[in-house]
Ligand binder design. Structure first.
Ligand SMILES: [Zn+2]
Length: 125
């Protein structure tokens, strides 16, 4: 069971919620003057980090309210839940390690693992 804590109702099963995409995407103030490429970029281009990612969620089977959630995409750990309009919490100091020990953010290669010098000496040649 995967639990999400709605900031209005408390913890509920994930099946109560609907994913709403990346959070903190502001609509351009003058979209009428944008080129097709700029509009396409606004509509379709989203970040895809390995690590903390701010997402919008809707408690569709409960209070039906939107809120933001900060999730580590490498581990699925929920780092913070906050209401729409509140600033994104700063969790940079407490990034959790990924389960297999690769770099928390960056490599994109799940087969690659960090080998510490002490461990490298123990590996067979
Ligand atoms: Zn709710």
């Amino acid at each position: 069971m995967f639990l999400i804590r709605c900031p209005y109702c408390g913890e509920r099963d994930m099946s109560d919620f609907a994913y709403g995409g990346e959070a903190h995407i502001a609509r351009p103030p003058d979209s009428g003057s944008m080129s097709d490429e700029q509009w396409a970029s606004y509509v379709f281009q989203r970040s895809n980090p390995k690590g903390p990612f701010a997402e919008r969620w809707n408690h569709q089977a409960g209070c039906r309210r939107w809120f933001n959630l900060l999730r580590n995409t490498a581990t699925d750990d929920i780092l913070a839940v906050y209401k729409v309009g509140e600033p994104r919490p700063d969790v940079a100091a407490s990034l959790p390690a990924t389960p297999s020990g690769e770099a928390p953010i960056g490599s994109g290669n799940d087969a690659a693992k960090i080998v510490l010098p002490a461990e490298a000496d123990d590996r067979p040649a």
